[in-house]
Design a protein around this ligand. Structure first.
Ligand code: DOR
Length: 445
């Protein structure tokens, strides 16, 4: 028998590795920032050997929708606090949204964010650039900038002033881009016409105002424009049964994101949490939630994003509709979903499919999204048996609260490894501020 006398910087030993194609016990050998070997490495040496017996190692979980509020809204969050919350929750990479102040809609604002994030954020990152009527002629160039996740368009208005409500505007953006573009799909004209349905002081009227038809109508318009222009669209945070059924027929052009919030909460949450569960598109009734789960089971859903949208307690405490829309979620994505895994609602392999293999497949992230030799050593190490209670006090987001305060879940991240460096281990920040922009196959230069 030949002994593997190879040397590694780190060997993660005896874990169950989970990839998009299945799972099994193996060691991971890391050299520098990359995975160098997989399998039985019992004969190999390493500067550090981490015993992972009883733990599962997943490809680093990538949260493809977060709002970290820098610049301009840093009383809610900044790139550092948001990414700290991310790595504490087992997230190794994020796609961050452009509804900042100023908006991220130009080369200058984008470059400033890259500079602000590099070696300051705790996880790797990419930034979306907002598509507008004004910057449409620059989008082809902007979407190719290193570290750009693509173009994001709000068709219905939410937090901030980004908005392209009309078909002509959306069509012009789709014609301009070549990469998959992401959309907040709620019909602005319908939202305007239905504003009177908001009942002051009653957040329960939020899903009445922003009804399933508002979302479905917009998604149908969007799919029509994608077919017309031959472009790929990514529809963020799908919240209705109707869209889930409709989108099953358009998997050629449309990819589908869902959030842990829409899978975990339903209308009954407004009774307990009021404006704290107000978000866009809204949390709806149990029938919609069941349909979103069906989309996870049948494969219509491609990807999971937290839509981490921090607001201060003061902003959430204002009487509806002055209360801000959005909830924190980047730190709770992994534990909330592992609890669903433990409850038998999805497999660990499907979780990996939606949180690392999915982002890799849809967005062509270079060297990330699977545990494979040559890939970045981005790993999310989880203890499926660990049972703990989610607490506001543990939330590292500047917002300092979570809709799951007091909820006990089984299955927690215990290690966050970014490009071979242990960033979080058992709830402690071990290596700070090594965040780098991600690279994309459609924009390698
Ligand atoms: O509820 C939301 N809040 N939905 C969004 O799409 C934006 C987000 C935010 O930025 O606050």
């Amino acid at each position: 028998m030949t002994r593997d006398m190879a040397q590694y910087d780190t060997i993660f030993k005896n874990a169950t590795l989970v990839n998009q194609d299945g799972q099994g016990i193996a060691d991971v050998g890391v050299r520098g920032s990359r995975i160098a070997a997989l399998g039985d490495l019992s004969g190999a040496g390493a500067a550090e050997i981490v015993d992972c017996t009883g733990l599962h190692i997943l490809p680093g979980v990538i949260d493809t929708q977060v709002h970290f509020r820098e610049p301009g809204l840093t009383h809610k969050e900044d790139l550092q606090s948001g990414s700290l919350s991310a790595v504490m929750g087992g997230i190794t990479g994020v796609f961050e949204m452009p509804n900042t102040n100023p908006l991220t809609t130009s080369r200058e604002t984008f470059d400033a964010k890259i500079a602000a994030g590099t070696n300051r954020m705790h996880c790797d990152f990419a930034f979306y650039i907002g598509g507008t009527h004004e910057n449409v002629s620059e989008l082809a160039e902007l979407e190719k900038l290193p570290g750009c996740a693509g173009i994001k368009v709000f068709i219905g208005s939410s937090t901030g002033s980004l908005l392209v409500a009309d078909d002509n505007g959306v069509e012009a953006i789709l014609r301009a881009v070549s990469r998959r573009a992401a959309f907040h799909s709620e019909d602005e004209f319908m939202l305007e016409a239905r504003k009177h349905l908001r009942v002051p002081g009653d957040p329960f009227s939020h899903p009445v105002w922003r009804s399933p038809e508002v979302a479905l109508n917009c998604t149908k318009r969007l799919v029509g424009l994608a077919r017309k222009t031959g472009k790929r669209i990514h529809i963020l945070h799908i919240s209705t049964s109707e869209e889930m059924a409709y989108l099953a027929d358009y998997k050629d052009v449309a990819s589908v994101e869902v959030t842990p919030h829409h899978l975990t909460l339903d209308e009954t949450a407004y009774d307990r949490l009021g404006t704290y569960v107000q978000m866009n598109p809204p949390i709806r009734d149990a029938q919609h939630r069941a349909s979103i789960w069906a989309g996870v089971s049948n494969g219509v859903v491609d990807i999971l994003g937290s839509d981490h949208a921090p607001h201060t307690r003061e902003e959430k405490d204002r009487p509806y509709p002055a209360s801000h829309s959005g909830m924190t979620g980047v730190q709770t994505l992994v534990p909330i979903m592992l609890d669903h895994v433990n409850a038998g609602r999805l497999s660990l392999v499907r979780f990996v499919d939606m949180t690392s293999a999915g982002p890799n497949r849809l967005f062509g992230i270079a060297n990330k999204g699977r545990i494979a030799v040559g890939y970045d050593a981005d790993l999310t190490i989880v203890d499926l048996k660990l049972r703990e209670t989610i607490r506001n006090a543990s939330v590292k987001s500047r917002a300092g609260w979570t809709p799951y305060d007091g909820v006990t879940v089984t299955g927690w991240p215990v290690g966050t490894i970014v490009r071979g460096k242990t960033v979080m281990w058992q709830g402690e920040l071990v290596t700070a501020s090594i965040g780098q922009p991600m690279r994309f196959l459609e924009a390698l230069l």
